[in-house]
Design a protein around this ligand. Structure first.
Ligand SMILES: NC(=O)c1ccc[n+]([C@@H]2O[C@H](COP(=O)([O-])OP(=O)(O)OC[C@H]3O[C@@H](n4cnc5c(N)ncnc54)[C@H](O)[C@@H]3O)[C@@H](O)[C@H]2O)c1
Length: 354
């Protein structure tokens, strides 16, 4: 990536109060971008947004992407050149209990965002963050490629497949015509890092339990996922946006961002290794009382990003787990979380900028 590219760029991020959006906001602030964020209040307490004081170096707007007028007014006012859409209802199990909210947020929220972009005269490039779960999952070993069918068993996964179809339609109908706007989607795997306290996610579940000397219950220990550090995924997004900005025709489209093949590990492995990095941690395997379907095997073929963006994950899964344990230990020890986050960002950046 090219840090100088970002200096002074006006970037509009939806979902900046969340886990990935918080890290992206911190990174863009460090690069000297003018960042505006639009999202709901943080959903958990604690959260990254407050603990790392994400809102300090940006214009933070609290609003709902289901409110088309509010989103459009915020985007028009910010006059961004680059838009990153991350706001979503991102949880599979929650989506079984709240399917309407999930589709309203993830599908109509995306439509509202693209409508706001369509009526703006400042935007050059848009990145819509969907998910590896957007694919029709056939539980096969071979990773999914970008041109494969959209699908999704549960409401969350299907809403992300729908968001992909919405973006493809807007690209063909509006953004490839007339004033060209580059628009891409990013399908990342299970993104992990410090600062996530969401419900029903593996690392937050472990952190909540371990930090209060509780035993954590693990469902689906055999489920294989493409785990990767949040900064590896965000590095892919930034690289892609730099290329899109210069060459919209070549880089618009869908992109997978996932780990090296040997880092697609099962849940049981992650739990055992993270417990080692944490120290004095206990877990037990538990039958899922609700018996909700979750994918057993999900891997991505990321050769497009490797070949066309020269993007590769920088942190191994072992390093990823060590960085995460350090971050949360810092948090629970009362250390300066803004400083710890900045140190991890600076160290990561030194490894991707020659
Ligand atoms: N974390 C992962 O493993 C992962 C993997 C693949 C894709 N994703 C996608 O990445 C994006 C960010 O996920 P995350 O892990 O940071 O989730 P998160 O829950 O930490 O953050 C979600 C953000 O969206 C905002 N939001 C939710 N509903 C909103 C609404 N109606 N209006 C405005 N803002 C709203 C929240 O306020 C928050 O800022 C999501 O699109 C998610 O689907 C995440």
């Amino acid at each position: 990536m090219t840090p100088a590219f970002w200096k002074g760029k006006r970037v509009f991020i939806t979902g900046h109060t969340g886990f990935k959006g918080g890290w992206l906001s911190l990174w863009l602030q460090a690069l000297g971008a003018e960042v505006t964020g639009f999202a709901l209040d943080p959903a958990t307490d604690p959260n990254l947004f407050s603990s790392a004081q994400v809102g300090q170096g940006m214009c933070s707007i609290i609003g709902d992407i289901r409110d088309h007028a509010a989103l459009s007014a915020a985007l028009t006012e910010a006059k961004p050149e680059i838009v990153v859409h991350m706001a979503a209802q991102p949880l599979v199990r929650y989506s079984y209990h709240h399917p309407v909210e999930t589709y309203q947020t993830n599908v109509m929220g995306t439509v509202h965002l693209l409508e706001a972009v369509r009526s703006s005269d400042s935007v050059n490039s848009v990145l819509v963050v969907t998910s590896d779960k957007c694919y029709e999952n056939r539980e096969r070993k071979q990773g999914y490629r970008e041109d494969e069918a959209m699908g999704g068993f549960d409401p969350y996964s299907s809403s992300k497949g729908c968001a992909e179809l919405v973006v493809a339609a807007y690209r063909k109908s509006f953004f490839d015509q007339g004033r060209r706007i580059a628009i891409a989607t990013a399908r990342a795997g299970n993104v992990i890092g410090g600062g996530d306290w969401s419900e029903d996610r593996l690392i937050p579940d472990m952190v909540r339990a371990f930090s209060s000397a509780q035993c954590v219950s693990i469902r689906n220990p055999g489920a294989v996922r493409p785990w990767q550090h949040v900064l590896d995924a965000l590095h892919g997004y930034l690289l892609l946006l730099e290329r899109m900005y210069e060459n919209p025709g070549r880089f618009s489209g869908a992109w997978n961002f996932g780990p090296e093949d040997h880092d697609a590990r099962d849940v049981g492995w992650i739990v055992a290794r993270f417990a080692d990095y944490w120290g004095d941690a206990h877990w037990q395997i538990e039958q899922d009382a609700e018996n909700l379907h979750e994918a057993g095997l999900l891997t991505l073929d990321c050769s497009k990003a490797r070949n066309k963006l020269n993007w590769h994950p920088v942190l191994t899964l072992e390093q990823t787990l060590a960085w995460i344990a350090d971050w949360y230990h810092g948090f629970y020890d009362g250390a300066d979380i803004t400083a710890i986050s900045s140190e991890q960002l600076a160290l990561f950046q030194s490894r991707v900028v020659q």
